[in-house]
Design a protein around this ligand. Structure first.
Ligand code: ATP
Ligand code: MG
Length: 142
């Protein structure tokens, strides 16, 4: 069954003081996480905090141009995707998306629309709505 939890974030620092950890661990150990939100809503910011929670000390950056960044953490690897610039599923397949999804490592997506149909296991989806400085997060397990 799908579950949904709504969280209001009024200050970005809340993510650092336990909220990112809470969201990451909510519903269980889901390795595939989709961040579905408009431009500038805070997807990269949230994913950076997830990486910190996982104990990654690698250099973190937005994969807007690289499409996928790979980080390590004590438990394995984190693949951080930004699919914004991809036009179709062929480009996603060319990237080797199936191997990434099957790898068992974390696969965390910004602009996830193209990949949704290719996910064969349960995943966590985070939607973000912005109103001024307030972020409304909706965390769904699918
Ligand atoms: N929870 C938050 N509260 C307030 N500001 C935030 C929050 N999260 C992120 N921001 C700010 O919003 C801006 C955009 O954040 P970020 O780059 O993470 O968005 P994004 O969704 O990844 O953008 P893009 O669509 O370009 O990939 C940054 O200046 C960041 O500091
Ligand atoms: Mg981003």
């Amino acid at each position: 069954m799908n579950s949904t939890l709504n969280i209001t974030v009024t200050d970005q620092n809340e993510l650092k003081t336990g909220l990112a950890k809470y969201i990451l661990e909510l519903y269980g150990d889901y390795k595939i996480i989709l961040c579905d939100a408009p431009m500038g809503a805070g997807k990269t910011t949230l994913i950076k905090e997830f990486c910190t929670v996982l104990g990654s000390t690698d250099n973190f950056s937005s994969p807007t141009y690289s499409i996928v960044n790979e980080y390590t953490y004590p438990g394995g690897k984190i693949y951080h995707f930004d699919l914004y610039r991809l036009k179709n599923k062929e480009e996603l397949l060319d990237l080797g998306i199936e191997e990434y999804l099957d790898s068992g490592h974390y696969c965390i997506f910004e602009w996830p629309e193209l990949v949704i149909d290719m996910i064969k296991i349960r995943y966590k989806k985070i939607e973000i709505e912005v109103n001024g400085n307030i972020r409304y997060l909706r965390i769904i397990n699918k």
